[in-house]
Design a protein around this ligand. Structure first.
Ligand code: SAM
Ligand code: SF4
Ligand code: SF4
Length: 418
């Protein structure tokens, strides 16, 4: 067998395992992590955008803080808050002020936004006003999820607030031992492995008290610095009361060159360890199979065959610097901002300024032809699903999609977190 044939065989085996896991219909993981179904679950808004050019966002990614108490080797927002980017256009360690954060929450409720992801930029829990914002949104029916390193929950005593108001929380861990964790994350102060573990345990405890109200998961970004602990991570967390332990491939951002890890890394180094982890974790094992599929099968375009970025039009990002960005991947770059909250404009005003939004999207889609877009960006799967709808939409298709929507909303978990 020559090298090419051997590689093809390895890729096939790798995908068969992972994609099967992702698509197997009845696991609770696949009903949470299914971006395409989530677009169908929000077909009303997808269709409204396609037909009129405007709809209220389904999900908003909000960065309460651009500062972070960690500095993970692979961080996709390194160009925002790492020391070495000081003095560049994107550098910011802004923490969103209370008035701005609460004003946003009021707009979300007013506009009928369905869900909010608290994320970053930096570490969302560095913002001391986040607790109040979560309580406000929770009281007003907005669903919320959060990506966090989990090391500051105790500082603001957030446990009850989180369990009472959130839908899900994922703690980014990316290691299986204290040594590697502390090494790759370069935590400041005492916000290290021990703190993360004790906060996670406390969160699980409070969640139990309320009948496991929220889904708690842990995350592992697979990179050349972390992959060797894929199995340690599984062993460490297997007995924790978690909904899932998620593995996802590192995406190399354009600020770091944008060259994705080669195929051999995924097939030869990562795949055998993931197979072991799956055996250890059983039902708790979760992997972003669709991302691996693009990484392994399309080394040129990584599955980007759409001509419009429609997913971002129902899931924008609001940076801690007050800018409303097209998506999380473009945060920090002002040419991809629809407007700034510091210019005395509300989110609602910025979002309804369709001519500015069209100008920015024209730049991305028609002038740059996606050249500055991160490969496998967050809305990538939504973009594929929205593109399919866009190409085939007619009266009959519209009625069919709207009919299906209700059924799909009942059959998947977290339908508003696209
Ligand atoms: C940038 S972090 C910000 C929120 C929080 N500080 C945290 O780490 O969870 C948002 C998400 O991006 C993920 N992430 C960071 N760098 C990544 C990379 N290079 N590839 C894929 N995901 C990455 C993190 O694991 C986390 O789920
Ligand atoms: S904790 Fe999150 S924001 Fe901070 S460096 Fe790590 S991945 Fe980046
Ligand atoms: S990176 Fe590009 S394609 Fe992806 S969501 Fe952002 S603008 Fe759209």
């Amino acid at each position: 067998m020559d090298r090419k044939q051997e590689m093809r065989k390895l890729v096939k085996r790798f995908l068969k395992k992972l994609i099967f896991k992702q698509k197997s219909a009845n696991t609770k993981e696949s009903i949470i992590f299914n971006p395409r179904s989530k677009i169908l679950a929000n077909a009303d808004r997808a269709i409204e955008h396609i037909k009129t050019g405007y709809t209220t966002p389904v999900l908003i990614e909000v960065d309460p803080s651009n500062a972070c108490n960690h500095a993970c080797n692979f961080c996709l927002s390194s160009y925002i808050h790492f020391e070495k980017y000081k003095g560049t256009e994107t550098f910011s360690r802004a923490i969103m002020p209370r008035d701005m954060l609460m004003g946003l929450c009021r707009d979300f409720v007013d506009m009928g936004v369905r869900s909010v992801n608290w994320t970053g930029g930096g570490e969302p829990t560095l913002n001391k006003h986040l607790k109040e914002a979560i309580e406000y949104c929770g009281k007003n029916g907005i669903k919320m999820g959060m990506f966090t390193n989990g090391t500051l929950f105790d500082k603001w005593d957030m446990f009850e607030t989180l369990v009472q108001n959130m839908t899900w929380i994922r703690i980014s861990v990316d290691a299986g031992t204290k040594e590697t964790y502390n090494g790759i994350r370069k935590a400041k102060g005492k916000q290290d492995w021990d703190k993360m573990v004790s906060n996670l345990q406390k969160l699980i405890e409070v969640n139990k008290k309320y009948g496991n109200k929220i889904d708690i998961g842990v995350g592992f970004v697979i990179s050349p610095d972390t992959y060797h602990e894929i199995v340690d991570f599984a062993n460490f967390f297997k007995d924790f009361d978690l909904t899932y332990c998620q593995y996802k491939p590192e995406i190399v951002i354009r600020e770091d060159g944008g060259e994705q890890r080669d195929l051999e890394f995924w097939t030869k180094k990562v795949a055998p360890l993931l197979e072991k982890a799956e055996k250890i974790l059983g039902d708790k094992f979760q992997v972003n199979g669709y991302k691996f599929e693009d990484l392994a099968t399309d080394r040129e375009k990584f599955g980007r065959n759409y001509k419009k970025c429609l997913g971002s039009q129902i899931s924008p990002c609001i940076g801690a610097d007050g800018h409303v960005y097209v998506c999380t991947n473009h945060r920090g770059w002002k040419q991809y901002s629809y407007g700034c909250l510091y210019d005395d404009k509300s989110f609602k005003e910025i979002w309804t300024d369709l001519s500015k939004r069209r100008e920015v999207m024209n730049l991305i889609e028609n002038v740059e032809c996606f050249k500055n877009c991160t490969k496998l960006c967050k809305p990538h799967e939504s973009n594929k699903a929205m593109w399919d709808i866009y190409k085939n939409l007619d009266g009959r298709k519209e009625r069919e999609l709207l009919r299906q929507q209700k059924k799909i909303r009942k059959s998947i978990k977290h339908p508003d977190f696209i």
